[in-house]
Design a binder for this molecule. Structure first.
Ligand code: SF4
Length: 375
């Protein structure tokens, strides 16, 4: 923990968990000399996290397109002609298969997203089965499904849901420029219900939608002044998709420095949250992503697609982490893994003590493919 160099009168103890940030204080953080800001953010980051670990999540679109909402950035809104084909909800076993592949590639959390305003009760059984399937793999589960009722949240809790994603997107003031079909307060209410049910909150926003610095500050103010900081804070860089109003408005792409500053301020204001690089990482080169890690990002979406926009391919991500001497944060062992390990131990122990055992291909491990020959 260190003293902020903001100014002598308002020196703030950085690294403190606070829920009373003023807009002015946050703007002062945004306007710190770049190197000082990065240093403070990295110092705080190191007091709570291993700076060389990154949490990997993978996102799966379980129901794409055809959404009735009017979020100006979103190619999934039925109101915009983006060429995206709407699809029905995918089957549970496909989701679980893909989650297994994500786990094999190093992801510890599997996030499932559906394009709709709010969740219908008729879809609950299917979604609970997906959550349970992901949990059985030993992964953390996350869903993003719009607005929820208390009863729906209660069922998700029983199914073992770890995280619910619901972004505030931007500041309360700028929100009205981006979405008119539901209010900022609707979002905050859903987030409160999720938190009150004891489910971890994942909430962040999108940078580069034509907002001002004060809106970025306002978004972080909303998040940090919640009664508990969100456990995960995804910071998306707008991916402009042709046909969406934000593309048609011809908004300038956000400057890298502004994006990095937003990550650093998020880290300072929410010292224990996982700050996640989300959409828009495709357009960031290795150096830019490294600066984001330096500024305190310690989580990223991993895999080839982020709902409907591209994401760097997995091996490129791994190459970058290796180059930086970083690695994915802990792999969680599933019940299946534990059963397999117990089975292996049962087979190996008699061999070690001189017993004989037939070769069993079911437990052999193919190191070249880094996959069990047979599950
Ligand atoms: S962001 Fe979500 S709610 Fe908004 S249009 Fe896209 S899918 Fe619908």
């Amino acid at each position: 923990m260190s003293l902020s160099p903001i100014n002598d009168d308002t020196a703030t103890l950085l690294g403190e968990i606070r829920h009373n940030w003023t807009r002015q204080e946050i703007l002062e953080l945004f306007n710190m000399p770049f190197m000082d800001l990065l240093f403070e953010a990295q110092s705080i980051h190191r007091t709570h996290f291993d700076p060389n670990k990154v949490q990997l999540s993978q996102l799966c679109s379980i129901k794409t397109g055809g959404c009735a909402e009017d979020c100006k950035y979103c190619p999934q809104s039925a109101r915009y002609d983006t060429g995206l084909k709407a699809s029905k909800m995918i089957e549970v076993n496909r989701v679980v298969e893909q989650a297994q592949q994500a786990k094999d590639a190093g992801a510890t959390r599997y996030c499932m997203g559906a394009a709709w305003r709010d969740l219908k009760d008729r879809d609950m059984d299917q979604i609970c089965a997906m959550i349970e399937g992901v949990k059985d793999l030993g992964m953390e589960s996350c869903v993003t499904l719009g607005m929820l009722t208390e009863a729906q949240i209660g069922r998700f809790k029983q199914s073992g849901l770890d995280y619910y994603n619901h972004n505030v997107d931007t500041s309360e003031e700028y929100y009205k420029e981006i979405i008119t079909t539901r209010s900022y307060q609707d979002r905050l209410d859903t987030i409160s219900r999720v938190r009150d049910a004891g489910i971890n909150v994942c909430s962040g926003g999108i940078i580069g939608m034509g907002e001002q610095e004060t809106d970025r500050a306002g978004m972080l103010q909303t998040l940090a002044n919640m009664e508990k900081h969100p456990d995960s804070v995804p910071i998306n860089k707008l991916v402009q998709v042709k046909g969406t109003p934000l593309y048609d408005d011809g908004i300038d792409e956000i400057e890298n420095f502004d994006f990095i500053r937003t990550i650093a301020v998020a880290r300072i204001m929410m010292p224990k949250a996982y700050v996640r690089l989300s959409a828009g990482r495709e357009s960031m080169d290795k150096l830019m992503q490294s600066y984001c890690f330096m500024a305190g990002a310690n989580s990223m979406f991993y895999g080839e697609k982020l709902l409907t926009t591209p994401n760097p391919v997995k091996n490129k991500d791994m190459e970058l982490l290796t180059e930086l001497g970083m690695s994915p944060e802990g792999h969680v062992m599933s019940h299946q893994d534990m059963a397999k390990e117990a089975k292996l131990t049962d087979k190996i122990v008699p061999l070690k003590v001189g017993g004989h055992q037939e070769f069993d291909p079911a437990i052999a491990y193919n190191s070249r493919a880094d996959q069990p020959i047979q599950q």
